[in-house]
Design a binder for this molecule. Structure first.
Ligand SMILES: Nc1ncnc2c1ncn2[C@@H]1O[C@H](COP(=O)(O)OP(=O)(O)OP(=O)(O)O)[C@@H](O)[C@H]1O
Length: 359
């Protein structure tokens, strides 16, 4: 299965952009602000979730048009072609709609056909930034493996907010209220932790099979913020009630989970590794995840501004790994030069001010 064509209508700075006759390597070349990342963002919306910028739907509607956006894609399968579409109307900017072969579906439905993995410059501070970013990262990767993961995360968060509201209430919360809210938190919290644990375990296995160089293989550990099974989480919430009341918030739970990342060869935490090593570790995780996510689906791998930031040896190794990954790869750059070794086998588009031209 592969993506044959994608079209963007009134999406960000693209009024009407179509990219057809794709290849395994697809290169988007253009100057800063041309609209390259916008195309990757449109591709990322062919999967469940909020896309690679986690932007509001209204921000993605082309500002000059006043209309909603439309993204369409054709997938090639063995038997019949498949048409995927996702769109949002300006009259109803809170709701993303999905059509699969013309029939109304949901973002979760897209996940049955396509798995999308990405690496963007916005992720550069992932290892040094707040733990919440790493939890969201785990959840995004887990969502590509199990479309139900997002629902558990959302329901756990909603119940957590409610418990924290009760704890912060000046009146002493009734035990029965806490019983009720914890009964909602526990199944979703336990499923959330299970999903994150499974993700990290499977990624760790894949990473262990990868060569230690040139991508600074990372070792990953999932550190749960509470016992990671339903009975244990339930007991922890109950036992912590007095402490949580004093703190006016919930001190233990999956909202305190951590993803620990260590440079495997040097045994140095990723947060203390060099900028280049951190980027190389992100590339390794992205490659491992792309291989996991695709299974049985079309895999799209979006690499924004990655190639130009690698030295020639690492760049050649990246292209080699990508070739073997089976995923369809979309890469951006301000110049064509870093892609010269794959230019012959790639589909190349020049992007300029929201328009594309096949090079
Ligand atoms: N809703 C919108 N409507 C119209 N234009 C938009 C909208 N959102 C963003 N843009 C424009 O899109 C452009 C940015 O596009 P994009 O981020 O894809 O650039 P890029 O080609 O990846 O550039 P860089 O190389 O700097 O990363 C900006 O000029 C921005 O003003």
């Amino acid at each position: 299965m592969a993506l044959d064509r994608i079209s963007l209508i009134d999406f960000r700075n693209h009024a009407a952009t179509e990219l057809g006759e794709t290849a395994q390597f697809n290169l988007l070349v253009g100057e800063n602000g041309a609209g390259k990342t916008n195309i990757l963002e449109a591709l990322s919306l062919l999967a469940p979730g909020r896309g690679l910028r986690r932007a509001a739907l209204s921000d993605m509607m082309r500002s000059d048009s006043g209309a909603g956006f439309r993204i369409g894609a054709d997938l090639r399968q063995d038997d019949a072609p498949l048409r995927l579409g996702t769109y949002a109307d300006s009259a109803n900017p809170g709701r993303r709609r999905v059509r699969i072969n013309g029939a109304e579906s949901s973002a979760t439905g897209l996940g049955e056909w396509l798995a999308v993995t990405w690496l963007t410059p916005a992720m550069d501070g992932l290892f040094t930034g707040p733990a919440g970013d790493r939890r969201r990262y785990m959840d995004r990767l887990a969502l590509a493996l199990d479309p139900a993961h997002a629902g558990h995360a959302a329901r756990y968060e909603a119940a957590l907010r409610e418990r924290n509201r009760l704890l912060a209430d000046r009146r002493e919360p009734e035990g029965a209220w806490l019983d009720a809210i914890e009964a909602q938190m526990v199944p979703h919290g336990a499923a959330l932790m299970r999903g994150r644990a499974r993700l990290v375990e499977t990624l760790a296995v894949r990473l262990a099979q990868m060569p230690a160089e040139p991508f600074a293989r990372p070792a990953l550990t999932y550190a749960p913020g509470a016992p990671d099974h339903a009975d244990g989480l339930s007991q922890a919430l109950f036992d912590n009630r007095a402490r949580d009341r004093a703190a006016q918030r919930t001190l233990a739970g999956p909202h305190r989970d951590e993803l620990e990342v260590v440079h495997a060869a040097k045994r140095v935490p990723a947060a203390q590794s060099s900028t280049g090593e951190q980027k190389a570790m992100l590339v390794a995780i992205t490659l491992a995840h792309a291989g996991l996510a695709a299974q049985g689906r079309a895999g799209l791998l979006l690499l924004d501004e990655v190639a130009a930031h690698l030295d020639p040896v690492r760049r050649a190794a990246l292209f080699e790994q990508l070739r073997g990954s089976g995923a369809q790869v979309w890469m951006t750059g301000t110049e064509a030069a870093p892609f010269s070794t794959i230019a012959d086998e790639a589909a190349v588009w020049r992007v300029g001010a929201g328009a594309v031209e096949r090079a």
